[in-house]
Design a protein around this ligand. Sequence first.
Ligand code: SF4
Length: 267
Amino acid sequence: MTSTPDRRTIFLDEMGVGPVWTRRDGSHQDTAPETSVEKQPEAAVPSAAAPSRIASADMASPSGTAPSASEIAGMDWVQLKAAVADCVKCGLCKTRTKTVFGTGDEKAKWLFVGEGPGRNEDLQGEPFVGPAGKLLDNMLQAMGLKRGRNANIANIVKCRPIGADGRDRPPTPEEADACMPYLQRQIALIQPGVIVALGKTAALSLLGLDPDTSVGQLRGKVHRHGDLPLVVTYHPAYLLRKPADKAKTWGDLCLAMNTYAHDDNRQ
Ligand code: SF4
């Protein structure tokens, strides 16, 4: 007789990961068989958000009236959201429709950070909408999480970067630096247990690493952003283009879940 798949199995299937291995006691195995991700010693990570780069980004403020990094560091949620909505700290303010602050539980133990808004996000003011957002939702569901319930989703930049061809592009390092104080304040207010960096831009910006570093070099390790554990995986938009890497992503998420379960600094 065929048993009915549980919700987690369904979401793993939708992620393109399966079959789920089941132990004889009926519990799921949280390590994808397709990957050999192992927990490694925490990497040496530069201090959060490369302060010297933030300072230079503040100096580059086009209006001269944008809040400084130190002012942002003292904001509460209401002040922070208002500052982002009015922000002119970098040139992305000129072409945005809406700022995309982020969404989710403001006391979430899980923070997922992507690159920046795309066309749909810019129109709706929400992060991760459309097919990539649906895949991220499936990833969350497979982990037992949900938008707004113990998960928060943000981006490195809060305004859409548009290329000369009119298409989405990654933010420049200067744009990422200009916006980073807002994300830093979000992180300080949320106080997540684990950060998951989705894709290269998020990982490099949060870890302050060289632009030549690949996601492949960063996966499979537990990094630190300040005193918070950080795990790197692929961006959902990339996974839509390369679904074969979904299994690796599930391995990364298992590493993140293990880290969350065993991190000594977690409160
Ligand atoms: S991307 Fe960030 S720093 Fe730049 S204008 Fe938008 S909110 Fe301000």
